[in-house]
Design a protein around this ligand. Sequence first.
Ligand code: MN
Length: 201
Amino acid sequence: MAFTLPALPYAPEALEPHIDKMTMEIHHGKHHNAYVTNLNNALKDHADLLALPIETILADKCAKVPEAIRQAVINNGGGHANHSLFWTTLAPNAGGEPTGEIGDAIKSTFGGLAGLQEKMNDAGTKRFGSGWSWLVKKGGKLEVYSTANQDSPIMVGDTPLFGIDVWEHAYYLKYQNRRPDYLKAIWNVVNWAEVNKHFKA
Ligand code: MN
């Protein structure tokens, strides 16, 4: 068994004007695909690990993975998990106010959507270099933080609900150096129903 690139759940142009078609095509078809390929290569002599879900492999900072290939699995397995979540938590004709249980939790934790946006955009803006800004569930509560590179919240036992990719490959073609403009725009395409599903799981 090998890991495979999941199909985008919508057309690459579907998130325009907020995220452009070429960025989506390269991001999904080249970058995510490379994480999958490199993850399979790193695990090619480890059929036992290849049989496991990526969440199980990443758990406890990849404790199950031999040290010689651990960093490659953190980078590429994290990349695979993070992007698989990213595509499904975005959608065309989405955004707006979060509803359901996640809407209530955002209200009680951050005072509302504006409070969450401020925290996640701040974490994403301050992340030096490449990484992610995350909304996670930690011990039943919501929390916001950023991680470097492709480090996944799964590695430290948290459940990622929504992550904003702040690698330049996620925004540079359309926004160039203006990461804050990308961070502002992405809220127009958040798939809250999907985020709520992860929150309730
Ligand atoms: Mn990316």
